[in-house]
Design a protein around this ligand. Sequence first.
Ligand code: SIN
Length: 362
Amino acid sequence: MHMHKSRWQTAARLAGCALFAMLSAAAGAQQEQRPNVVILATGGTIAGTAATATQVAGYTAAKVPVEQLIDAVPDLKKVANVKGEQLAQVASESMTNDVWLKLAKRINVLLAQPDVDGIVITHGTDTLEETAYFLNLVVKSRKPVVLVGAMRPSTAMSADGPFNIYNGVAVAASKESAGRGVLVSLNDQINSARDVTKVNTMTLDTFRAPDFGLVGYVVGAQPSFYRASTRKHTTDTEFDITNVETLPPVDIVYGYANMNRVPLDAFVAAGDKGIIHAGVGDGSLAAQVKPALIETRKKGVIIVRSSRTGGGPVVRNGEANDDELDFVVSDTLTPQKARILLMLALTKTNNTKEIQRMFYTY
Ligand code: SIN
């Protein structure tokens, strides 16, 4: 009787082990089936903390580490196998060219791995559009790359960060997102890196593409796309930052009534290789500054005429005779994105005709 019972117990134990092994294998197989998404954290309000749940201004950005951001969204596990890396921890007003190069190089290494299906970057919203456009020009993969941020710190009563991370991972995990260039996903909306800009200092719907509109929505962990930018990106660009350690210095001179040449002269004296003139209207040149721009161009510095308006093309040979002055126009790029394209252009050429071609291509 005793022998019989212990044999039965052993059999039950073995059956239990077999069932456990089967369940683990099934769970493992399910995990393997889910896409692998890497979250690269860079800081921002999405990783910010405030003293109280109601404080949404004057908090400290870039505090919470990536593991904590992931742990705050347990549902991520249902969408993808997620790993996190802390690439930087900055408020995005302090984003630099050096962080961009480090980020782009890391993304290119990760996306070359067969076991990485997509990338999400958590980022402050203030310069998110700039990082997105830089990556749009230098990432060498068709796999999805998605930037997410938040307008409210992680401690806020209805923080937008966790849902934005969830949606961002869903967009990065979807095959639908491949080959669309770098995407920006906040507030259930998806925008293209080239066209998106932050338009509001406070509200959650701050990311807009004023000229061309959003490219899609993400609902129920599923992105839906309605249009795509026609401009070249990622694998179709001529820019390769693999061996680039620093980017050529380019700065922005802002246009306004009664503007003067002091900032322009200071930038040129500091060694800038290019200047983005964020002019009023259609990139118009103030009479008192135009001679300084002409002198600057004669010194070999590239001048790009752009507009501070936030919408519409700057027309070549419109408000200035660009052919005669040997200037470039930014087309529909904002001044901050024109700076990025000019820096990358200058890694290849100083020829203004070539640079103008790039502004009509990207
Ligand atoms: C930042 O850009 O780092 C601060 C603001 C934000 O993320 O919304």
